[in-house]
Write a protein that binds this ligand. Sequence first.
Ligand code: KQY
Length: 364
Amino acid sequence: MSQLLNSTPKQDGFRMPAEYEKHAGCWMLWPERPDNWRNGAKPAQRAFTSVAAAISQFEPVTVGVNQGQFQNARALLPSNIRVVEISSNDAWIRDTGPTFVINDMGEIRGIDWEFNAWGGLNGGLYPVWDQDNLVAQKVLEIEQVDRYKASFILEGGAIHVDGQGTALVTEECLLNPNRNPSLSHGEIEQTLTDYLNVRQIIWLGRGVYLDETDGHIDNLACFIRPGVVALTWTDNQHDPQYDISCDALERLKQATDAQGRRLEVHKIHQPGPLYITQAESAGVDSSASSHPRQVGQRMAASYVNFYIANGGIVVPIFDDPYDVAALQQLQALFPERKVIGVPGREILLGGGNIHCITQQQPAP
Ligand code: KQY
């Protein structure tokens, strides 16, 4: 069974491990809402299936599915992937699932953050998120992992850690008044310190241009290993992403991590820019209560939104001239892992990418 804990991970000697530490497996959810995923979510379901299949080459994958889609998901997903019934409002388990923490004895616990659909009624992406807000608890129940309930609003895509005491976040997201408006900058840092058990927080400014999550770090930058960071980039000085990435680069260059190291930063050139086509927009059901997907709208495409599996890296690709360079760069940065590109456009159309739809569970 999963017990509710009254303390914090830091008090108990638990810390959030880096994604490149060993996993027991990976969690995903199944897309279905037709006001976010075009054509009744069928193309997205195929894209999620490809991601799950790619990750399952490296580690066990479990997919949580709403009741009405159980049989369809079971039929589409390969048989080595576990399918369990978990209700959700959409399919972003990076943000709705637990953040797992471990201690020096290899025990695992989970943090159940408060979730408000990326901003609640103040710019959030849909108005009902009651089932999303239960996903973390349900995963921890299934895994019989004890749970810290944080009253703090946070999505897993808004944090990266190096596993050695450093967290990477953006001001655009964590200081956004639509998340934790009653908390000061210092109180937000203190909460991250208490729950992730980090000593150094590196603040970048804005996230990827037009990222509807209010600038999640996981689309902008991530740790490759301690002391080494990948940053989404463009050489086009006229692209609004240029100033965002330059500012991030400057802050990363000025920063030191929790071990006192300067960071080595690798620029990964963004694809595109990529825009929603007429056919793509037409396939999304209109709804007053979800984020519109209009023709010509620019999408927040980034190769940095990849998933680090045991022995593998699963990277979104876009049938774009920059795909090959991104895959080659990532292979060089992760020489011990096999880099696999998986088509990411259908996931991007829903507002995120591979990192956003996955959640690693560390190995005990
Ligand atoms: O970037 C993420 N972690 C999630 C993206 C959510 C988009 C919702 N439409």
